[in-house]
Structure formats: C-alpha cells, structure tokens
Design a protein around this ligand. Structure first.
Ligand code: GRF
Length: 225
C-alpha cells in the first residue's frame, strides 16, 4: 500500500497495532475496549512503572518496556524503540499519552502511520498544561485533536477533533475530565477509520471516506432558542 495516500480499499484486512504509553493509559484502555478490527495489539511503554501496563496485561494484551533511562540519548532510544516496533510489523503506531519527544528520524520512518491525541483543539495550545492555558486565555471552546505525527511537535494533519464548552466554574481538573471523556470517544473512532482504510491524507488535509456528517454547531455559551 502506498503509505503517502491511504486509500479506501483495505477494510477487509485485519491489522496490527502498536500502542505507546508512558502513564495511566486511559486512552489505551479505551482503544483496547473498542473491539477494533485488529489481529494483533502490542503495548509498549518507555516507563516500567506506567499504570497502563497492568491494564493491558489484565486484558491479555502483550506488553513491553523500552526504558528510555537505559539509553544515553534520544536517538539511541528511538532506534531501540523502532527495532522493537518493527518486530511487530504494525500497520499503525498509536501514541496514547507517550511522554517522550520523538526524533525526526523516528517520525519520518513511520510517516502516515503514526498518530497522536492531544488535549487541545490544535493548532491552539500545543505542548503541556493545555487545560490551564485554555482557562488562562479565556477561550470559550476547548477540546482534543487526533492527528498524524510530523516532526514538529503537536502538529500534523488533523484527523478528528472534539470540542467541549468551558463553563464558568471550571477548574483545570474539571475541564481535563470533560476533555478526556471526549478523547476516549474520538481516539477509537479515528483508529477504526485508519484500520478500515478510510483516511486519505491529501496535502495536509485528511479526508474521511464514506462518513456521514451531521450539521451541528457548538456555541459556548449557549445561545437562546
Ligand atoms: C491525554 O490527555 C492525552 O491527550 C495526552 O496525554 C494524556 C494521556 O492520558 N497526550 P492517558 O495516559 O491516556 O490516560
């Protein structure tokens, strides 16, 4: 298959997935519970203490640790990680709370088959502390983004976004929980589209083949009828 342009022609094939985590793994759990059309899923963590590892193992999913602390620099860690990943011949590599910045070489190796979820409506609020930043800036609508990964961090062709309102009494924690709920909804959907061969990435714009779009508008604050 031409990796540059994923065509809508491979939906009957069972696929292999590698999920990379660093921590609690709630997005990974949402993916594992989504009954995706895969024949093989492997979870890899850079952190041996990641709580998500036990969650995966409880579900009978194979896990592996590639501890970044055992490598002297980013490139040698990325090389070791890529070797492990390639052993599984994954169709898609899913970053699910993977807290290491990946080298350009690693990202380019998996061009168009490496995706991430970020807790903001990109391109607003890349980086960390996205919920605090959204509250600080006083935006009315916040959310999350699933995107293909490119060398520029928290950037790359957007597959799917979910928007939530920011409410008057929101704290960082309350807002994070509202966004996370949507992350668990959109990430499995985006991965399913990929595995079904429905994503077409044309010059930085991702089209989704054969989906129905509902005409909805989100106002925040809500408008009177
Ligand atoms: C999520 O908010 C995700 O958007 C970000 O890191 C967090 C990971 O949470 N990239 P979890 O480990 O999936 O619970």
């Amino acid at each position: 298959m031409n990796r540059q342009q994923l065509l809508c022609d491979s939906r009957s094939l069972m696929k292999s997935l590698v999920i990379l985590i660093s921590g609690r793994g709630s997005n990974m759990k949402a993916l594992l519970d989504a009954k995706l059309p895969t024949e093989n899923i492997t979870v890899i963590s850079n952190n041996p203490k990641a709580a998500g590892l036990a969650v995966a193992e409880e579900r009978g999913v194979q896990t592996l640790v590639v501890n970044h602390r055992n490598y002297s620099d980013r490139v040698s860690f990325d090389t070791a990680l890529a070797e492990k990943i390639d052993g599984y011949q994954p169709d898609l590599i899913v970053l699910a709370g993977f807290m290491r910045i990946l080298s350009d070489r690693f990202v380019n190796r998996y061009q168009n088959r490496l995706i991430n979820i970020h807790p903001s409506l990109l391109p607003s609020f890349p980086g960390l502390k996205t919920h605090a930043s959204a509250l600080h800036e006083g935006v009315k609508i916040h959310g999350c983004t699933v995107h293909f990964v490119t060398p520029k961090v928290d950037y790359g062709p957007i597959i799917l976004q979910a928007a939530v309102p920011i409410l008057p009494d929101d704290t960082e924690q309350i807002l994070a929980a509202r966004v996370l709920q949507q992350e668990h909804y959109v990430y499995p959907q985006a991965v399913r589209w990929f595995l079904e061969g429905r994503l077409k990435n044309i010059e930085n714009r991702v089209e989704i083949c054969e989906t129905t779009t509902r005409n909805t508008v989100l106002y925040s604050p809500g408008l009177p009828e």
